[in-house]
Ligand binder design. Structure first.
Ligand code: SAH
Ligand code: SF4
Length: 349
């Protein structure tokens, strides 16, 4: 049986150099570039010697994951079910906007420990963090399926701030000039509101965009919907966003999943406006995507419009996320049904 080794997808050129015991630096760069350019077998790496191709082919794996299923929604959304080598699975989604820009929505954990009441992923439990290689591979599997991608958002399964080290490495690999050379401006990390993570991101980078899943600015309601609020109260969250604004000069997106009759009242609009006052933010509304086992409803168009207008009247910059990918269970908050073998686990956040 082949011995388990780290897949090459999660290694930087200098790591490939030592891992493959290469003598020449440029060889490591060549292999790194081949992977970014879509080579999925050593035979395809035509500038390596036959001997090297055969030797690496016998002992090394380029990827550790495989695409178990590809689902395509008529609206252009594509969802990949990705099988990990331990029997777990995660999902990755391609979103295409009106201008045709392609965004990869990647997962960073198997399941999620945060337990948000309205989210499918939050209800399947948590198994483990993904490695950088497993995250990088989601991006490359999508590019193999749909062509070159423009953006990447960490808005799939899992809480990015609980796996920041792997995300940092993923970004280093995807942005590396000798590889895929993705621009950092095209990367967004979305958090449920882990204050320490937001501050660390501001202090240490990576220098990417930040989205915070606010959902509501009403503390009592947010505690019920998002247990993260207990250890990360609204005042601290607001201060962390202000710190991020100040430190990075970047505007932050406040995401709000809207549940009919739950967080759409006029008073809630006012509370979001109060929370946002003095912050450099914009608000993105996401009408709740149905999860059959959860006791929420998608708001009517009129209800969504009313909330949108109320926020605008308070002077906020507001956008509405178009509903996409529902037919394939690929919309925000719907990921995870296919993910196997997740186990509940206590987590300290
Ligand atoms: N865990 C991170 C990123 C993934 S969730 C976070 O929570 O920010 C991506 C977004 O989908 C979050 O803004 C979340 O609030 C939202 N969301 C979760 N379930 C949803 C649902 N059923 N319908 C619409 N949005 C949902
Ligand atoms: Fe986890 Fe985000 Fe879902 Fe909350 S909304 S359970 S943080 S994936």
């Amino acid at each position: 049986m082949r011995e388990e080794t780290a897949a090459l997808s999660g290694l930087l050129p200098e790591e490939l150099l030592s891992h493959l015991h290469l003598e020449k630096k440029y060889r490591a760069k060549q292999i790194f570039k081949w992977i970014a350019d879509g080579a999925r077998a050593f035979e395809a790496m035509t500038n390596l010697s036959r001997e090297e191709r055969e030797r690496f082919g016998a002992t090394e794996r380029i990827f550790s994951t495989t695409v178990a299923q590809t689902l395509r929604d008529p609206d252009g959304t594509v969802k990949l079910q990705i099988a990990l080598n331990d029997g777990n699975a995660v999902e990755t989604v391609l979103l295409t906007d009106r201008e045709g820009r392609k965004t990869a929505c990647v997962s960073c954990q198997v399941g999620c420990p945060m337990g948000c009441a309205f989210c499918q992923t939050g209800h399947i439990g948590f198994a483990r963090n993904l490695t950088a290689g497993e995250i990088v591979e989601q991006f490359f599997h999508l590019e193999d399926a749909v062509g070159r991608l423009d953006n990447i958002v960490f808005m799939g399964m899992g809480e990015p701030m609980l796996n920041l080290a792997a995300i940092k490495k993923t970004i280093e690999i995807l942005c590396h000039v000798d590889g895929r050379a993705l621009s950092r401006r095209r990367i967004t990390i979305s958090t449920s509101g882990i204050v320490e993570g937001i501050r660390r991101l501001a202090d240490e980078g990576p220098d990417v965009r930040l989205a915070v899943s606010l959902t509501t600015a009403n503390e009592a309601l947010r505690r019920k919907l998002m247990p993260v609020t207990e250890k990360n109260p609204m005042g601290n969250l607001r201060a962390a966003i202000a710190y991020f604004n100040e430190k990075t000069g970047k505007r932050v997106t406040l995401e709000a999943a809207l549940m009919g009759g739950v967080n759409t009242g006029d008073a809630y609009a006012k509370e979001i406006a109060e929370f946002a006052r003095g912050l450099n933010v914009h608000v993105n509304l996401i009408p709740w995507n149905p999860v059959s086992t959860l006791p929420f409803e998608t708001p009517s168009n009129a209800e969504t419009k009313r909330f949108f207008s109320a926020l605008e009247r308070f002077g906020l910059n507001v956008t509405l996320r178009t509903r996409r990918g529902e037919k394939i269970g690929g919309a925000c908050g719907q990921l995870g049904k296919s993910a196997a073998r997740t186990a509940d686990e206590d987590d300290d956040y």
